[in-house]
Design a protein around this ligand. Sequence first.
Ligand code: SF4
Length: 493
Amino acid sequence: MNILFVYTIQKSIVINKPLAGQEGLQFGISYISSFLKQHNHLTDLIVLDRHRKKANLKVLATTIQTFSPDLICFTSVHSEYDYVTQLAKFVKSRFPEIPLMGGGVHITLNPSEEMLDVFDCICIGEGEHPVLEYLGYLDNKTEAPDIKNLWLKHNGTIIKNNNRPFLKNLDDLPFPDRAIWQRWILEPQTRITILLGRGCPYNCTYCCNHKLRKVAEGKYVRLRSPKNIVDELRTLSILHPQVNEYFLEIETIGSDMIWLGELCERLNRFNSSISNRIKLSTNLRIFPNMDFDSVFQLLKSANFESVTIGLESGSERIRTQILNRVYSNDHILKATSTARKYGIKIGIFNMVGIPTETLDDFSETLTMNQTIKPDWHATSIFFPYQGTKLFEVTNTLGLMPLTLNTRSERQKSVLNLPGFSKRQIQKSFDSFHYEVYKASENRKIHKLLIYFVMKHLGHNFFAELKIKTIALLYQLRLYDIAKKYRLFDVFQK
Ligand code: SF4
Protein backbone atom coordinates (compact mmCIF):
# COMPACT_ATOMS: atom_id res chain seq x y z
CA MET A 1 0.00 0.00 0.00
CA ASN A 2 1.03 3.64 -0.39
CA ILE A 3 1.41 5.75 2.75
CA LEU A 4 1.96 9.47 2.64
CA PHE A 5 3.38 11.34 5.66
CA VAL A 6 2.75 15.05 6.13
CA TYR A 7 5.17 17.06 8.24
CA THR A 8 4.97 20.81 8.86
CA ILE A 9 7.61 23.25 10.01
CA GLN A 10 7.53 26.80 11.32
CA LYS A 11 9.61 28.71 8.83
CA SER A 12 11.63 27.59 5.85
CA ILE A 13 14.36 29.25 3.85
CA VAL A 14 13.72 27.96 0.37
CA ILE A 15 10.18 27.01 -0.60
CA ASN A 16 10.88 23.60 -2.13
CA LYS A 17 13.72 22.84 0.32
CA PRO A 18 12.11 23.74 3.65
CA LEU A 19 14.63 21.89 5.84
CA ALA A 20 17.96 23.66 6.27
CA GLY A 21 20.02 20.51 6.91
CA GLN A 22 20.01 16.84 7.88
CA GLU A 23 19.16 17.71 11.48
CA GLY A 24 15.67 18.81 10.41
CA LEU A 25 14.35 15.31 9.92
CA GLN A 26 11.88 13.93 12.43
CA PHE A 27 12.47 10.48 13.87
CA GLY A 28 8.85 9.44 14.53
CA ILE A 29 8.02 9.51 10.82
CA SER A 30 11.43 8.13 9.83
CA TYR A 31 11.11 5.02 11.97
CA ILE A 32 7.50 4.31 10.97
CA SER A 33 8.43 4.76 7.33
CA SER A 34 11.37 2.34 7.44
CA PHE A 35 9.25 -0.17 9.38
CA LEU A 36 6.49 -0.01 6.75
CA LYS A 37 9.00 -0.32 3.92
CA GLN A 38 10.41 -3.39 5.66
CA HIS A 39 6.88 -4.82 5.36
CA ASN A 40 6.75 -4.08 1.63
CA HIS A 41 4.71 -0.89 1.70
CA LEU A 42 5.62 2.22 -0.22
CA THR A 43 6.02 5.55 1.60
CA ASP A 44 6.40 9.17 0.65
CA LEU A 45 6.64 12.43 2.56
CA ILE A 46 5.81 16.07 2.08
CA VAL A 47 7.27 18.82 4.25
CA LEU A 48 5.26 22.03 4.40
CA ASP A 49 6.07 25.47 5.76
CA ARG A 50 3.07 26.52 7.86
CA HIS A 51 3.35 30.11 6.65
CA ARG A 52 2.71 29.18 3.04
CA LYS A 53 -0.94 28.38 3.32
CA LYS A 54 -2.25 28.31 -0.27
CA ALA A 55 0.95 26.92 -1.80
CA ASN A 56 0.79 24.04 0.68
CA LEU A 57 -2.68 23.00 -0.42
CA LYS A 58 -1.46 22.84 -3.99
CA VAL A 59 1.58 20.69 -3.06
CA LEU A 60 -0.63 18.44 -0.97
CA ALA A 61 -3.25 17.98 -3.72
CA THR A 62 -0.65 17.35 -6.43
CA THR A 63 1.23 14.80 -4.33
CA ILE A 64 -1.98 12.95 -3.53
CA GLN A 65 -2.90 12.82 -7.22
CA THR A 66 0.50 11.47 -8.27
CA PHE A 67 1.28 9.17 -5.32
CA SER A 68 -2.30 7.87 -4.76
CA PRO A 69 -1.90 7.17 -1.05
CA ASP A 70 -4.02 4.51 0.66
CA LEU A 71 -3.39 6.28 3.98
CA ILE A 72 -2.18 9.77 4.92
CA CYS A 73 -0.48 10.21 8.30
CA PHE A 74 -0.22 13.59 10.02
CA THR A 75 1.85 14.40 13.08
CA SER A 76 1.87 17.42 15.35
CA VAL A 77 2.89 18.92 18.63
CA HIS A 78 0.52 21.23 20.50
CA SER A 79 1.33 24.38 18.53
CA GLU A 80 1.03 22.66 15.15
CA TYR A 81 -2.24 20.88 15.80
CA ASP A 82 -4.64 23.59 14.54
CA TYR A 83 -2.82 23.95 11.26
CA VAL A 84 -2.51 20.21 10.78
CA THR A 85 -6.26 19.78 11.27
CA GLN A 86 -6.84 22.46 8.60
CA LEU A 87 -4.73 20.41 6.19
CA ALA A 88 -6.58 17.24 7.12
CA LYS A 89 -9.97 18.93 6.56
CA PHE A 90 -8.81 20.14 3.16
CA VAL A 91 -7.76 16.62 2.17
CA LYS A 92 -11.06 15.18 3.43
CA SER A 93 -13.05 17.67 1.35
CA ARG A 94 -11.07 16.96 -1.83
CA PHE A 95 -10.29 13.24 -1.39
CA PRO A 96 -12.97 11.88 0.97
CA GLU A 97 -12.13 8.25 0.19
CA ILE A 98 -8.57 8.42 1.63
CA PRO A 99 -8.28 7.47 5.32
CA LEU A 100 -6.44 9.99 7.50
CA MET A 101 -4.47 9.18 10.63
CA GLY A 102 -3.31 11.70 13.26
CA GLY A 103 -0.44 11.03 15.63
CA GLY A 104 2.41 12.66 17.50
CA VAL A 105 2.92 14.09 20.96
CA HIS A 106 -0.14 16.36 21.13
CA ILE A 107 -2.61 13.61 20.23
CA THR A 108 -0.82 11.13 22.48
CA LEU A 109 -1.08 13.44 25.49
CA ASN A 110 -4.58 14.78 24.80
CA PRO A 111 -6.61 12.23 22.81
CA SER A 112 -10.28 13.14 22.37
CA GLU A 113 -13.29 11.90 20.41
CA GLU A 114 -13.49 15.31 18.66
CA MET A 115 -10.19 14.50 16.96
CA LEU A 116 -12.08 11.78 15.12
CA ASP A 117 -14.26 14.45 13.51
CA VAL A 118 -11.15 15.28 11.50
CA PHE A 119 -9.16 12.03 11.36
CA ASP A 120 -10.44 8.53 10.67
CA CYS A 121 -8.05 7.25 13.25
CA ILE A 122 -5.70 8.62 15.91
CA CYS A 123 -2.56 6.93 17.17
CA ILE A 124 -1.60 7.22 20.83
CA GLY A 125 2.06 6.49 21.52
CA GLU A 126 4.53 4.56 19.38
CA GLY A 127 3.22 4.15 15.85
CA GLU A 128 5.23 1.46 14.04
CA HIS A 129 3.02 -1.58 14.77
CA PRO A 130 -0.32 0.28 14.99
CA VAL A 131 0.11 1.85 11.54
CA LEU A 132 1.11 -1.49 10.04
CA GLU A 133 -1.91 -3.21 11.58
CA TYR A 134 -4.22 -0.41 10.44
CA LEU A 135 -3.08 -1.01 6.86
CA GLY A 136 -4.11 -4.63 7.32
CA TYR A 137 -7.53 -3.47 8.54
CA LEU A 138 -7.94 -1.11 5.55
CA ASP A 139 -7.47 -4.10 3.28
CA ASN A 140 -10.47 -5.87 4.79
CA LYS A 141 -12.77 -3.69 6.85
CA THR A 142 -15.25 -6.35 7.88
CA GLU A 143 -14.26 -6.98 11.50
CA ALA A 144 -14.20 -4.35 14.22
CA PRO A 145 -10.49 -3.88 14.70
CA ASP A 146 -8.72 -4.39 18.00
CA ILE A 147 -5.59 -2.46 17.13
CA LYS A 148 -3.84 -1.40 20.29
CA ASN A 149 -2.91 2.32 20.48
CA LEU A 150 -5.59 3.33 17.96
CA TRP A 151 -8.91 5.10 18.38
CA LEU A 152 -10.80 4.76 15.13
CA LYS A 153 -14.09 4.98 13.33
CA HIS A 154 -15.63 1.71 12.21
CA ASN A 155 -19.10 1.51 10.62
CA GLY A 156 -20.10 4.84 12.15
CA THR A 157 -18.97 4.04 15.70
CA ILE A 158 -15.86 5.07 17.56
CA ILE A 159 -13.66 2.30 18.88
CA LYS A 160 -11.15 3.22 21.58
CA ASN A 161 -8.59 0.47 21.86
CA ASN A 162 -6.18 0.16 24.78
CA ASN A 163 -2.48 0.85 24.40
CA ARG A 164 0.14 -1.86 23.90
CA PRO A 165 3.32 -1.88 26.05
CA PHE A 166 6.29 0.19 24.93
CA LEU A 167 8.50 -1.49 22.34
CA LYS A 168 10.97 -3.63 24.25
CA ASN A 169 13.98 -3.74 22.01
CA LEU A 170 14.70 -0.77 19.78
CA ASP A 171 17.33 -2.78 17.92
CA ASP A 172 14.43 -4.74 16.38
CA LEU A 173 13.52 -1.67 14.34
CA PRO A 174 15.22 -1.01 11.02
CA PHE A 175 17.36 2.12 10.85
CA PRO A 176 15.24 5.24 10.32
CA ASP A 177 14.29 6.11 6.76
CA ARG A 178 16.36 9.16 5.86
CA ALA A 179 15.83 8.78 2.13
CA ILE A 180 12.30 10.25 2.14
CA TRP A 181 13.66 13.51 3.63
CA GLN A 182 16.48 14.14 1.17
CA ARG A 183 14.55 16.07 -1.47
CA TRP A 184 13.37 18.52 1.21
CA ILE A 185 16.83 19.33 2.56
CA LEU A 186 18.69 22.45 1.42
CA GLU A 187 22.15 21.37 2.59
CA PRO A 188 22.48 17.59 2.60
CA GLN A 189 26.14 17.54 3.69
CA THR A 190 25.52 18.95 7.16
CA ARG A 191 25.69 17.50 10.65
CA ILE A 192 23.68 14.28 10.94
CA THR A 193 21.64 13.24 13.94
CA ILE A 194 21.38 9.68 15.21
CA LEU A 195 18.73 8.77 17.78
CA LEU A 196 20.18 6.68 20.62
CA GLY A 197 17.04 5.74 22.51
CA ARG A 198 13.51 6.61 23.57
CA GLY A 199 12.23 8.00 26.87
CA CYS A 200 13.83 9.96 29.68
CA PRO A 201 14.33 8.92 33.32
CA TYR A 202 13.40 12.41 34.60
CA ASN A 203 10.09 14.15 35.14
CA CYS A 204 10.59 17.83 34.42
CA THR A 205 7.21 19.52 34.73
CA TYR A 206 7.38 21.48 31.46
CA CYS A 207 8.31 18.49 29.33
CA CYS A 208 6.12 15.72 27.89
CA ASN A 209 8.16 12.82 29.28
CA HIS A 210 6.39 12.59 32.64
CA LYS A 211 3.09 12.07 30.79
CA LEU A 212 4.40 9.93 27.95
CA ARG A 213 5.73 7.34 30.38
CA LYS A 214 2.15 6.77 31.58
CA VAL A 215 0.77 6.11 28.12
CA ALA A 216 1.77 2.44 28.13
CA GLU A 217 3.13 -0.31 30.32
CA GLY A 218 6.66 -1.65 30.24
CA LYS A 219 10.06 -0.07 30.35
CA TYR A 220 9.87 3.55 29.21
CA VAL A 221 13.56 4.47 28.97
CA ARG A 222 15.08 2.30 26.29
CA LEU A 223 18.55 2.58 24.81
CA ARG A 224 19.66 1.09 21.52
CA SER A 225 22.61 -1.24 21.91
CA PRO A 226 26.00 0.42 21.29
CA LYS A 227 26.63 -2.05 18.46
CA ASN A 228 23.37 -1.11 16.73
CA ILE A 229 24.18 2.61 17.06
CA VAL A 230 27.70 2.27 15.69
CA ASP A 231 26.41 0.08 12.85
CA GLU A 232 24.11 2.94 11.83
CA LEU A 233 26.94 5.45 12.15
CA ARG A 234 29.14 3.27 9.94
CA THR A 235 26.38 3.00 7.30
CA LEU A 236 25.83 6.75 7.33
CA SER A 237 29.52 7.56 7.15
CA ILE A 238 29.75 5.48 3.96
CA LEU A 239 26.68 7.20 2.49
CA HIS A 240 27.88 10.70 3.47
CA PRO A 241 31.70 10.60 3.41
CA GLN A 242 31.91 14.43 3.45
CA VAL A 243 30.08 14.73 6.77
CA ASN A 244 32.20 14.26 9.87
CA GLU A 245 29.97 15.82 12.52
CA TYR A 246 27.21 13.84 14.20
CA PHE A 247 24.79 14.76 16.94
CA LEU A 248 23.90 11.74 19.09
CA GLU A 249 20.34 12.61 20.06
CA ILE A 250 19.12 11.42 23.42
CA GLU A 251 17.34 13.09 26.32
CA THR A 252 20.45 12.50 28.43
CA ILE A 253 23.59 10.54 27.61
CA GLY A 254 24.45 9.93 31.28
CA SER A 255 21.59 7.77 32.53
CA ASP A 256 23.43 4.42 32.31
CA MET A 257 27.19 4.46 32.84
CA ILE A 258 27.77 0.84 31.79
CA TRP A 259 25.99 1.45 28.49
CA LEU A 260 27.86 4.76 28.05
CA GLY A 261 31.19 3.01 28.66
CA GLU A 262 30.48 0.42 25.98
CA LEU A 263 29.14 3.02 23.55
CA CYS A 264 32.22 5.23 23.94
CA GLU A 265 34.54 2.27 23.54
CA ARG A 266 32.82 1.24 20.28
CA LEU A 267 32.77 4.82 19.01
CA ASN A 268 36.46 5.13 19.78
CA ARG A 269 37.22 1.87 17.95
CA PHE A 270 35.18 3.02 14.97
CA ASN A 271 36.89 6.40 14.94
CA SER A 272 40.31 4.73 15.07
CA SER A 273 39.41 2.71 11.98
CA ILE A 274 38.75 5.74 9.76
CA SER A 275 41.08 8.49 8.59
CA ASN A 276 38.84 11.47 9.36
CA ARG A 277 37.73 11.05 12.99
CA ILE A 278 34.06 11.84 13.48
CA LYS A 279 33.25 14.71 15.85
CA LEU A 280 30.36 14.05 18.19
CA SER A 281 28.00 16.06 20.37
CA THR A 282 25.08 15.20 22.63
CA ASN A 283 22.82 16.26 25.54
CA LEU A 284 23.50 15.68 29.22
CA ARG A 285 21.11 16.14 32.12
CA ILE A 286 23.15 16.32 35.31
CA PHE A 287 22.16 14.98 38.74
CA PRO A 288 23.74 15.58 42.17
CA ASN A 289 25.77 12.38 42.49
CA MET A 290 26.95 12.27 38.91
CA ASP A 291 30.62 11.39 38.56
CA PHE A 292 31.44 14.20 36.16
CA ASP A 293 35.06 13.11 35.70
CA SER A 294 34.05 9.64 34.56
CA VAL A 295 31.34 10.96 32.22
CA PHE A 296 33.49 13.54 30.47
CA GLN A 297 36.55 11.28 30.34
CA LEU A 298 34.47 8.68 28.51
CA LEU A 299 32.97 11.29 26.18
CA LYS A 300 36.41 12.67 25.39
CA SER A 301 37.74 9.19 24.59
CA ALA A 302 35.01 8.83 21.94
CA ASN A 303 35.74 12.25 20.40
CA PHE A 304 32.76 14.15 21.77
CA GLU A 305 33.55 17.80 21.13
CA SER A 306 30.55 19.38 22.81
CA VAL A 307 27.73 18.71 25.21
CA THR A 308 24.55 20.69 25.86
CA ILE A 309 23.44 20.88 29.49
CA GLY A 310 20.14 22.21 30.81
CA LEU A 311 20.45 24.94 33.40
CA GLU A 312 16.97 26.27 32.52
CA SER A 313 16.87 28.64 35.48
CA GLY A 314 19.67 29.97 37.66
CA SER A 315 17.18 30.21 40.51
CA GLU A 316 17.35 27.02 42.56
CA ARG A 317 13.79 27.67 43.79
CA ILE A 318 12.41 27.78 40.25
CA ARG A 319 14.43 24.81 39.17
CA THR A 320 13.62 22.48 42.02
CA GLN A 321 10.11 23.59 43.02
CA ILE A 322 8.61 24.58 39.68
CA LEU A 323 10.56 22.62 37.07
CA ASN A 324 11.38 19.53 39.15
CA ARG A 325 15.04 19.64 38.23
CA VAL A 326 16.88 18.84 41.42
CA TYR A 327 20.53 19.90 41.37
CA SER A 328 22.33 22.95 42.68
CA ASN A 329 24.11 25.74 40.86
CA ASP A 330 27.34 24.33 42.29
CA HIS A 331 26.61 21.05 40.50
CA ILE A 332 26.19 22.89 37.22
CA LEU A 333 29.40 24.85 37.74
CA LYS A 334 31.26 21.66 38.59
CA ALA A 335 29.87 19.88 35.52
CA THR A 336 30.83 22.69 33.15
CA SER A 337 34.32 23.17 34.59
CA THR A 338 34.95 19.42 34.41
CA ALA A 339 33.84 19.35 30.78
CA ARG A 340 36.25 22.13 29.97
CA LYS A 341 39.04 20.32 31.81
CA TYR A 342 38.61 17.58 29.19
CA GLY A 343 38.44 20.09 26.34
CA ILE A 344 34.71 19.62 25.72
CA LYS A 345 32.67 22.65 24.69
CA ILE A 346 29.53 23.55 26.59
CA GLY A 347 26.11 24.71 25.45
CA ILE A 348 23.50 25.77 28.01
CA PHE A 349 19.70 25.55 27.76
CA ASN A 350 17.85 28.40 29.51
CA MET A 351 14.21 29.37 29.89
CA VAL A 352 12.78 32.78 30.71
CA GLY A 353 9.28 33.63 31.96
CA ILE A 354 8.61 30.45 33.95
CA PRO A 355 5.47 30.53 36.16
CA THR A 356 6.22 32.30 39.49
CA GLU A 357 9.58 33.57 38.17
CA THR A 358 10.55 37.08 39.23
CA LEU A 359 13.02 39.52 37.83
CA ASP A 360 15.40 38.51 40.64
CA ASP A 361 15.12 34.86 39.64
CA PHE A 362 15.95 35.81 36.09
CA SER A 363 19.01 37.75 37.32
CA GLU A 364 20.30 34.49 38.78
CA THR A 365 19.95 32.82 35.36
CA LEU A 366 21.90 35.64 33.81
CA THR A 367 24.60 35.53 36.49
CA MET A 368 25.03 31.78 36.05
CA ASN A 369 25.46 32.21 32.30
CA GLN A 370 27.90 35.08 32.77
CA THR A 371 29.90 32.86 35.12
CA ILE A 372 29.85 29.77 32.91
CA LYS A 373 30.35 31.72 29.66
CA PRO A 374 28.96 28.84 27.60
CA ASP A 375 30.30 28.35 24.10
CA TRP A 376 26.69 28.86 23.02
CA HIS A 377 23.29 28.95 24.67
CA ALA A 378 19.83 27.95 23.55
CA THR A 379 17.49 30.29 25.39
CA SER A 380 13.74 30.33 24.96
CA ILE A 381 10.67 31.84 26.56
CA PHE A 382 8.51 29.43 28.53
CA PHE A 383 5.50 28.16 26.58
CA PRO A 384 2.85 26.03 28.35
CA TYR A 385 2.29 22.78 26.44
CA GLN A 386 -1.08 21.18 26.97
CA GLY A 387 -0.80 17.84 28.75
CA THR A 388 2.22 18.78 30.88
CA LYS A 389 2.19 19.44 34.62
CA LEU A 390 3.38 23.00 34.21
CA PHE A 391 0.48 23.72 31.84
CA GLU A 392 -1.88 22.71 34.67
CA VAL A 393 0.08 24.79 37.20
CA THR A 394 -0.11 27.80 34.87
CA ASN A 395 -3.88 27.31 34.72
CA THR A 396 -4.31 26.77 38.45
CA LEU A 397 -2.35 29.92 39.26
CA GLY A 398 -4.61 31.87 36.89
CA LEU A 399 -1.66 32.78 34.68
CA MET A 400 -2.94 31.33 31.41
CA PRO A 401 -3.79 33.99 28.81
CA LEU A 402 -7.18 33.79 27.09
CA THR A 403 -5.51 32.83 23.83
CA LEU A 404 -2.09 31.28 23.42
CA ASN A 405 -0.22 32.74 20.51
CA THR A 406 1.62 29.84 18.88
CA ARG A 407 3.01 31.82 15.95
CA SER A 408 6.27 32.77 17.62
CA GLU A 409 6.26 29.98 20.15
CA ARG A 410 9.08 30.23 22.70
CA GLN A 411 10.30 33.50 21.16
CA LYS A 412 7.50 35.80 22.33
CA SER A 413 6.38 36.07 25.94
CA VAL A 414 2.91 34.68 26.57
CA LEU A 415 2.58 34.98 30.38
CA ASN A 416 2.19 38.11 32.44
CA LEU A 417 3.68 37.13 35.79
CA PRO A 418 3.14 39.09 39.03
CA GLY A 419 6.89 39.52 39.58
CA PHE A 420 7.96 39.55 35.94
CA SER A 421 5.74 41.34 33.45
CA LYS A 422 5.25 40.21 29.87
CA ARG A 423 7.24 43.23 28.72
CA GLN A 424 10.08 42.55 31.14
CA ILE A 425 10.21 38.91 30.05
CA GLN A 426 10.51 39.90 26.40
CA LYS A 427 13.15 42.51 27.15
CA SER A 428 15.17 40.10 29.29
CA PHE A 429 15.00 37.51 26.54
CA ASP A 430 15.96 39.93 23.75
CA SER A 431 18.97 41.32 25.64
CA PHE A 432 20.09 37.99 27.10
CA HIS A 433 22.74 37.20 24.51
CA TYR A 434 24.27 40.66 24.80
CA GLU A 435 24.25 40.58 28.60
CA VAL A 436 25.87 37.14 28.76
CA TYR A 437 28.75 37.95 26.45
CA LYS A 438 29.29 41.70 26.76
CA ALA A 439 32.29 41.19 29.03
CA SER A 440 33.77 38.35 26.95
CA GLU A 441 37.05 39.07 25.25
CA ASN A 442 36.37 36.79 22.31
CA ARG A 443 33.04 38.40 21.31
CA LYS A 444 32.87 41.52 19.18
CA ILE A 445 30.96 44.15 21.13
CA HIS A 446 29.59 45.88 18.02
CA LYS A 447 28.07 42.59 16.80
CA LEU A 448 26.51 41.97 20.20
CA LEU A 449 25.09 45.48 20.22
CA ILE A 450 23.68 45.27 16.71
CA TYR A 451 22.11 41.92 17.57
CA PHE A 452 20.59 43.38 20.73
CA VAL A 453 19.18 46.47 18.98
CA MET A 454 17.79 44.48 16.08
CA LYS A 455 16.09 42.06 18.41
CA HIS A 456 14.26 45.00 19.93
CA LEU A 457 13.36 46.50 16.58
CA GLY A 458 11.99 43.40 15.03
CA HIS A 459 11.81 39.87 16.26
CA ASN A 460 14.95 37.97 15.26
CA PHE A 461 15.92 40.44 12.56
CA PHE A 462 19.20 38.69 11.67
CA ALA A 463 17.51 35.33 11.24
CA GLU A 464 14.89 36.91 8.94
CA LEU A 465 17.57 38.72 6.94
CA LYS A 466 19.64 35.56 6.64
CA ILE A 467 16.61 33.59 5.45
CA LYS A 468 15.73 36.19 2.82
CA THR A 469 19.33 36.43 1.60
CA ILE A 470 19.74 32.67 1.30
CA ALA A 471 16.40 32.37 -0.53
CA LEU A 472 17.46 35.04 -3.01
CA LEU A 473 20.91 33.54 -3.58
CA TYR A 474 19.37 30.13 -4.04
CA GLN A 475 17.01 31.49 -6.70
CA LEU A 476 19.91 33.20 -8.45
CA ARG A 477 21.92 29.94 -8.27
CA LEU A 478 24.61 31.74 -6.25
CA TYR A 479 24.05 29.86 -3.02
CA ASP A 480 27.04 27.50 -3.30
CA ILE A 481 29.41 30.34 -4.20
CA ALA A 482 28.20 32.42 -1.24
CA LYS A 483 28.76 29.46 1.03
CA LYS A 484 32.25 28.84 -0.34
CA TYR A 485 33.28 32.41 0.42
CA ARG A 486 31.65 32.26 3.87
CA LEU A 487 29.28 35.11 3.11
CA PHE A 488 26.87 33.87 5.77
CA ASP A 489 29.46 34.52 8.48
CA VAL A 490 28.26 38.12 8.60
CA PHE A 491 25.08 36.86 10.25
CA GLN A 492 26.96 35.26 13.16
CA LYS A 493 26.06 36.82 16.47
S1 SF4 B 1 15.69 15.89 31.34
FE1 SF4 B 1 15.01 16.87 29.44
S2 SF4 B 1 13.96 15.28 28.30
FE2 SF4 B 1 14.14 14.56 30.41
S3 SF4 B 1 12.21 15.13 31.38
FE3 SF4 B 1 13.67 16.80 31.74
S4 SF4 B 1 13.36 18.24 30.04
FE4 SF4 B 1 12.38 16.31 29.48
